[in-house]
Design a protein around this ligand. Structure first.
Ligand SMILES: *Cc1c(COP(=O)(O)O)cnc(C)c1O
Length: 380
């Protein structure tokens, strides 16, 4: 059993994907070919933003958004403590300070009460200027952008939605990756919509910011490629990756998103009352980047992980270490205390993600459920 079975997906879509790759090679339009524009148009229409800009990966997508807002030294960006490193990394990379905020014990997304307290504290401290709320759609469920928007308006902050795991999800029927002032995603192979290498995208409605990002991602180009008006980077989405994504996006819409939600429901039914199962807020829809359960403590989790491994069932720990404890973020430690992160600290010790992808067999789902149930029966 695979954790994410990309091979099975490829075998299912082989004809379309091979054809897509071959068309790029025979047209030899490797950089900024027509497929990039086609994909951008399709994805913008799907999430409902005016613009979509393909770029080299999800980390660059976040960075480009912050660059468009001129975020740098002295600025505070509020980031959930329970996330992938890149969400905070881009902030530090630009010289700004990530201020980590604890998450909700239910959804694992940023806790808006603690977020407000943190904003107030930074304002009182008078050292950093609060600029951006960077909210992550962790494991596929959008953060609570209703409440986040209220806080952003109250404190005059921008909202950056890190939808690297959220593409395909929704809040009140509004698609993930349209919920921030700028939103981003990643096409890393294991993400809900993945390509065959690195890729990412930025989504937004603001035309000024769109122009800036298109410039920043192309060496700060002005009127043309050899007119450079600002220091930028090289961060384009490869045409081959765009072509693969166009082929995969069809199936994503047609069946994959539905299937993965159906399978998550099978897990829920089989595991409810046995272990902690994912909590979905009302009117929220997930793209299930991960199906993550919770155990009592670290030793119960280690035991289960081993028990599953012995039965050839892969599992993963997302994430074993809170951001505020990463050595790379030691400068941020000035602005927070260990006791501010009770929930994240606990999650890092107790979460476990199970195999889940749209090509999973019913038998494999049953096998995982039975193994978890057996393990729990043995250890009570
Ligand atoms: C994967 C991921 C990223 C980074 O995406 P890359 O394409 O790997 O650069 C950023 N944020 C979150 C929450 C992610 O899961």
């Amino acid at each position: 059993m695979e954790f994410k079975d990309l091979k099975k997906q490829y075998m299912f879509l082989k004809k379309e994907i091979d054809c897509a790759i071959n068309s790029v090679i025979s047209e030899t339009n490797f950089i900024s070919g027509r497929q990039v524009k086609e994909l951008e148009d399709e994805l913008a229409e799907y999430v409902g933003t005016r613009f979509c800009i393909g770029c080299a990966n999800g980390t660059d997508a976040l960075k480009l958004a912050l660059m468009a807002w001129d975020i740098g030294a002295g600025d505070a960006v509020f980031v959930p403590d329970f996330t992938f490193f890149a969400s905070g990394e881009v902030v530090s990379m630009l010289g700004a300070t990530p201020v980590f905020v604890d998450v909700e014990e239910t959804t694992y997304n940023i806790d808006c009460k603690k977020l407000e307290a943190s904003i107030e504290k930074i304002l009182e401290g008078d050292q950093l200027c609060p600029k951006v709320i960077l909210a992550v759609d962790l494991f596929g469920q959008p953060a609570d952008f209703g409440e986040i928007r209220r806080l952003a308006a109250k404190y005059n902050l921008k909202i950056l939605e890190d939808g690297a795991q959220g593409f395909g999800g929704a809040m009140n029927g509004k698609p993930a990756c349209s919920l921030g002032d700028i939103s981003t995603t990643s096409f890393f192979p294991a993400k809900p919509l993945g390509c065959y290498g690195d890729g990412g995208a930025v989504f937004l409605n603001d035309e000024e910011a769109e122009k800036l990002i298109r410039s920043y991602q192309n060496h700060g180009k002005g009127n043309n490629k050899y007119d450079n008006v600002r220091i930028g980077m090289n961060s384009r989405l490869d045409t081959i990756q765009a072509a693969i994504l166009l082929a995969k996006f069809e199936e994503f819409k047609k069946s994959e998103l539905d299937k993965i939600n159906e399978f998550a429901g099978v897990y829920d039914a089989g595991l409810e009352g046995i272990v902690g199962i994912p909590y979905m807020k009302e009117k929220f829809y997930s793209s299930w980047a991960q199906y993550t359960i919770r155990l009592k403590d670290r030793s119960e989790r280690e035991g289960l992980r081993k028990y599953l491994a012995e039965r050839n069932i892969p599992s993963m720990i997302y994430y074993p270490k809170p951001m505020h404890r990463q050595l790379a973020f030691q400068n941020s430690a000035l602005y927070c205390k260990e006791e501010d992160y009770k929930v994240t600290n606990k999650l890092c010790d107790t979460v476990l993600s199970l195999p889940l992808h749209p090509y999973m067999e019913e038998d494999d789902l049953k096998k995982v459920i039975n193994a978890v149930r057996e393990y729990k029966q043995r250890t009570v």
